[in-house]
Ligand binder design. Structure first.
Ligand SMILES: [Zn+2]
Ligand SMILES: [Zn+2]
Length: 256
């Protein structure tokens, strides 16, 4: 499985793109920077979008993606998340005020975006993957996704502060290949991390201990002003972790 990082920053600034990850060219996790980074032909290949939560830095590109593919695809793009996340998008973003409701355009039978609610804790087939949403702890409903395929299992977490359920789920899990998780603020700004439902390096260390995580850990969603400070603290506190790189494609080959 190819996991391409379109953007993985916790904020937007020149050289820093918002969260969006492309799996095998067709499945997108979050849509922050998809339309800013991907060429149009590649945008047309996207079949499914998995949304971790409703925050703008994770969904904004969905508006422009819908606009770009309008009239150029013969079937909808399926957009998956749990009901409250999809509902938030319908109410607050694709509400015909901030942006047209592309779940009804050109009509509700064959729209540009087909919203499909999936259930927490239940594996749903999606192309050649199986995806299971797990509730995290953020200022709004936020999810992690367990992605299963011939590569084993990958855990991609949306925004979260300290949380529990997901760690119970992955503790001792065989074939867990990688965990993608946000670390947004340096340790001295723990109060901001707590207020905004994010982690610091010391918080990350505590979370990984809860899950007794042995898989590769990839950190993302760093706030641009603090990138070097966070990276330095990670080197001290969680030296085994990697920092996810924008523009890079990570390969997870099949387990023999
Ligand atoms: Zn968020
Ligand atoms: Zn975010």
């Amino acid at each position: 499985m190819r996991y391409r990082v379109l953007g993985c920053s916790g904020g937007e600034a020149p050289g820093y793109h918002l969260s969006s990850f492309l799996l095998d060219d067709t499945v997108l996790i979050d849509a922050g920077s998809v339309s800013a980074v991907l060429e149009i032909p590649a945008q047309l290949k996207i079949e499914s979008v998995l949304l971790t939560h409703s925050h703008l830095d994770h969904v904004r590109g969905l508006c422009h993606l819908a606009d770009n593919v309008f009239g150029r695809r013969d079937r909808p793009i399926s957009v998956y998340s749990i009901e409250p996340v999809l509902e938030a998008l319908k109410t607050s973003l694709l509400n015909n005020v901030l942006w047209p409701d592309f779940t009804e355009i050109p009509n509700s039978h064959m729209p540009i975006l087909d919203f499909r609610a999936i259930s927490e804790g239940t594996a749903t087939p999606l192309g050649h993957f199986r995806v299971t949403p797990i509730r995290l702890s953020h200022t709004v409903v936020s999810l992690g996704y367990l992605l299963e395929g011939d590569f084993g299992t990958l855990l991609h977490l949306g925004d979260t502060g300290p949380t529990e359920a997901v760690w119970h789920m992955v503790k001792g899990m065989p074939n867990l290949r990688a965990v993608m998780i946000g670390t947004s603020f340096p340790n001295r700004l723990q109060h901001l991390a707590d207020l905004s439902g994010h982690l610091t390096p010391q918080g990350l260390k505590g979370e990984l201990a809860k899950g007794d995580v042995k898989a590769n850990v990839y950190v993302y969603h760093m706030k641009p002003p603090y990138v070097s400070e966070i990276a330095e603290e990670l080197k001290q506190l969680v030296p085994e972790c990697h920092i996810l790189e924008e523009g890079k494609e990570y390969s997870f080959p099949p387990i023999p």
